[in-house]
Design a protein around this ligand. Structure first.
Ligand SMILES: NC(=O)C1=CN([C@@H]2O[C@H](COP(=O)(O)OP(=O)(O)OC[C@H]3O[C@@H](n4cnc5c(N)ncnc54)[C@H](OP(=O)(O)O)[C@@H]3O)[C@@H](O)[C@H]2O)C=CC1
Ligand SMILES: O=C(O)CCC(=O)C(=O)O
Length: 410
């Protein structure tokens, strides 16, 4: 079952629990708009290269649509559709006044030069500029994109519409970005882990495994390590390493920032990357691709808890296998919502023309994460369901309410 089928299935299950009628279900499920554009750029060697870009705007009943832009070879319409839908439920779970969207370009960013990436981003922005905007759809970074990508979108968009910092979030601080946004998704993962462990276990005196050391994974690793969590194995696209006494995360991140690879890090031993997700640990934190937990490996997972830093890391079959094993899964639409929460703070700061200090950003983020966790738990209790369904029913219910309040008059 692909990500779209799985996400839609979770939606339908939540809608049934909530007793939503079938017409409303249909209206909530079908995206408001799907955009597909051809992006041709001259490469540095003078030859042309054509890429396909997507933006799916799923729902705007609670506010402007919001979601990242991904640059990855596996970006396809179904995946972007699923990720846009997840954003609709995520913004509702987080209680930020947004709908959901997601975009992406099918490309391998590592194979493009900086100037090729800039040209590609500008061409994509030219093709979608009249469909995004401060009050319509506000992009942000996702896999393969970063603050620099947002700066190029902001610059290109502003050529058509005048200086518009609030059209993207996750941009550089010097262009109106928010303090704390770069760390926000990883920090949110840390707060989510803390909330779950406080509920079920012995706080941060536990062993963790983290997959992905990009924006989300590296910040999550750093902040969880600071809290006393022992990270016994990590992996990225090149492989994985382990150390049962705990990896020195600051040293590892410094080593990587200086161009070092996992393989040549002295403080851990290289392990088979395929074993990472089934490595002995208490908490598994996938922070890379979708669908990494599936029927091939779910039965072998040793963790008691899974914190979904990535979007849709656990496919439907894995979800069922893990539930039977008693593994508790903290779902993506809550666990990685710290990014969009601080994106909301960034957008608010841009509109107010006022900058918050980082302490306020982090304090507010913690408040949002705590409230959402409590709301999910309440939903789990009233619906007698697991955390994923608790989050889905919470999000879907809020979007359904907003949709009904707006009315159906043509
Ligand atoms: N950025 C954000 O604010 C948010 C991101 N997310 C989700 O978090 C996940 C990660 O995003 P983000 O950190 O931004 O992305 P990045 O591009 O910054 O990092 C991705 C990481 O995943 C690793 N990776 C890629 N492919 C594989 C693979 N096959 N096996 C193992 N590791 C792999 C990369 O390895 P390498 O370092 O070697 O390239 C990198 O460490 C995505 O699912 C994204 O949708 C969710 C909410 C917000
Ligand atoms: O910060 C944002 O607007 C969205 C981040 C994102 O794409 C996500 O939460 O998956």
């Amino acid at each position: 079952m692909n990500a779209l089928a799985a996400t839609s299935r979770n939606f339908r299950q939540a809608a049934r629990l909530l007793g939503l009628d079938s017409k409303l279900q249909k209206s909530l499920l079908i995206p408001l708009r799907e955009i597909k554009v051809e992006c041709t750029i001259p490469k540095d060697d003078g030859t042309l290269a054509t890429f396909v870009g997507f933006r799916v705007q799923h729902d705007n009943s609670r506010g402007p649509m919001k979601g990242g832009i991904r640059y990855h070879p596996e970006v396809d319409p179904d995946e972007v559709n699923a990720l846009a839908q997840l954003m609709t439920w995520k913004t509702a779970v987080a209680a930020v006044p947004y709908g959901g969207a997601k975009g992406g370009i099918g490309c391998t960013p590592g194979e493009l030069s900086r100037s090729e990436l800039e040209r590609l981003t500008r061409v994509f922005t030219q093709k979608i500029h009249d469909l995004i905007g401060i009050n319509t759809d506000v992009p942000a970074p996702d896999m393969g994109t970063n603050a620099q990508t947002m700066a190029w979108i902001l610059d290109e968009y502003s050529k058509f519409h005048g200086h518009s910092p609030a059209v993207v979030t996750g941009k550089p601080i010097d262009l109106g970005g928010s303090l704390g946004r770069d760390a926000a998704t990883g920090r949110g993962v840390m707060y989510a882990t803390e909330a779950l462990l406080t509920e079920y276990s012995d706080h941060f005196r536990i062993n963790l495994v983290i997959q992905g050391l990009g924006n989300v994974g590296s910040w999550a690793a750093k902040l969880i390590h600071q809290k006393g969590g022992k990270i016994v194995a990590v992996g990225d696209v090149t492989g994985a390493i382990r150390n049962k006494s705990g990896i020195d995360i600051p040293a590892l991140l410094k080593h990587r920032s200086e161009g070092g690879s996992l393989e040549d890090f002295y403080g851990a031993e290289v392990m088979d990357a395929a074993e990472l997700l089934v490595h002995e640990c208490d908490v598994l934190v996938p922070c890379a691709l979708g669908g990494v937990l599936n029927r091939e490996n779910a039965a072998e997972v040793k963790a008691r808890f899974i914190i979904e830093g990535a979007n849709h890391p656990t496919d439907t079959e894995a979800d069922e296998i893990l539930a039977k094993k008693g593994v508790i899964v903290l779902p993506d639409i809550y666990a990685n919502s710290g990014g969009v929460v601080v994106s909301y703070f960034e957008w608010v700061q841009n509109i107010q023309g006022f900058m918050w200090d980082e302490e306020k950003v982090n304090r507010e983020l913690q408040k949002y994460m705590k409230n959402a966790f409590q709301n999910i738990k309440d939903m789990c209790k009233s619906q007698n369901c697991n955390l994923r369904m608790g989050a889905f029913t919470l999000g879907v219910n809020r979007v359904a309410k907003a949709t009904l309040l707006r009315g159906w008059e043509a």
